[in-house]
Design a protein around this ligand. Structure first.
Ligand code: ZN
Length: 355
């Protein structure tokens, strides 16, 4: 019995020593991993090692990128961290703690240059991962190679040409025009129903909006609704021809009420789709708002990042009559607030930029 006890104690003892040795080994291997050393172990090392300050690697500031989605107008410490990260990879932007137009530009330019990302101007999970990759590898970017940093330029007394046509929170209206040469680089044809079969340019939307539209149509199908897409992207040249024909038929003042001058149509942004249903014979008419499809759109479009861009009673702000069929992609966060509060994109943008 005594012998067995001694043996057991010896066994436990050697097991403990083995465990201790193992955990020491693990610690050593963690410290050897340069990535982990920089991100996780640095604060501990600094506490334990009085010579740490002499080590240049330890002096380097660690950037832990924010994990929440951020967009134009957002404010706070996490914006400052994002701006530091952007500065580190090559953007010369002033740290302001505000997701200002410069920050929107840098994020948009970064997204354009990194190929796999959706181009939105919004800092999202995928953008975070791509930025982390840059910081880890200490890579730098050539700012403006994707999207030059442009000032807004006045076209005439009351119309500016916007500098960043790619951001999904861009304002396009009778006072804010898209550049004449702007053709989005990421146009695709969404896999949704159209009431015609030809592969015409107006089937197209920008990737981020096309993906959202597909999801919305799939869910509408589950509700046995009969949604159809009618008209998406429209080039500057096409709008030019259309507007000229409206003017010759209805006169300029009337044409301006239901159509847009070239550059001022949201359809050129690639973020817009006119939708309809067989209940109004696939037409783009006010009655669409009273169909099952129109009512569902009004209630659910925001869940997919879309707004009804020209709501009833807001003609004085938007410059357009009520169009229950004209959907504009702005991202889920903005869409939810705009639709819930029954405000317009004009009001929303003004609020987030002046707060
Ligand atoms: Zn439209």
């Amino acid at each position: 019995m005594m012998n067995n006890k001694v043996l057991t104690i010896l066994l436990i003892g050697s097991l403990l020593m083995l465990l201790a040795a193992c955990s020491q080994n693990t610690d050593v291997s963690v410290e050897k991993d340069p990535k982990d050393t920089i991100i996780d172990n640095e604060p501990n090392e600094e506490q334990n090692n009085p010579d740490a300050e002499e080590d240049p690697v330890v002096e380097e500031e660690v950037i832990v990128l924010p994990s929440q989605e951020l967009q134009k107008g957002d404010q706070g410490e996490e914006i400052l961290v994002l701006q530091k990260a952007l500065t580190k990879i090559g953007y010369e932007i002033s740290p302001s703690k505000v997701y200002d137009l410069e920050t929107v530009w840098a994020i948009t330019d970064f997204q354009i240059q990194s190929d796999e990302l959706w181009i939105t101007g919004i800092y999202d999970e995928q953008t975070k991962l791509a930025l982390e990759g840059f910081l880890d590898k200490e890579s730098t970017i050539t700012p403006g190679e994707g999207l030059p940093l442009l000032e807004e330029e006045y076209l005439d007394d009351d119309t500016v040409v916007i500098g960043n046509p790619y951001e999904v929170l861009s304002l396009v209206n009778k006072q804010h025009a898209l550049p004449a040469e702007y053709v989005p680089s990421d146009l695709v044809i969404p896999e949704v129903r159209f009431p015609f079969v030809e592969d015409v340019p107006k089937k197209q939307m920008r990737k981020v909006a096309a993906d959202a539209l597909e999801k919305m149509f799939t869910d509408a199908d589950k509700e046995s609704l009969d949604l159809f897409a009618q008209s998406g992207y429209r080039s500057y040249e096409r709008q030019d021809v259309l507007f000229a024909s409206y003017v010759s038929n209805h006169g300029e003042e009337q044409a301006n009420n239901f159509s847009a001058r070239p550059g001022e149509s949201e359809h050129q942004s690639g973020l817009t789709m006119d939708v309809t249903s067989p209940h109004v014979n696939y037409a783009l008419v006010v009655e669409f708002g009273e169909t099952e499809e129109g009512i569902w759109i009004e209630e659910h479009a925001a869940d997919y990042g879309f707004i009804i861009r020209y709501p009833k009673g807001k003609e004085a702000i938007t410059g357009y009559q009520y169009e229950p069929w004209h959907l504009r992609y702005v991202g889920v966060k903005a869409a939810t607030e705009i639709m819930e509060r029954k405000i317009t994109l004009e009001e929303y943008i003004e609020e987030i930029l002046t707060n």
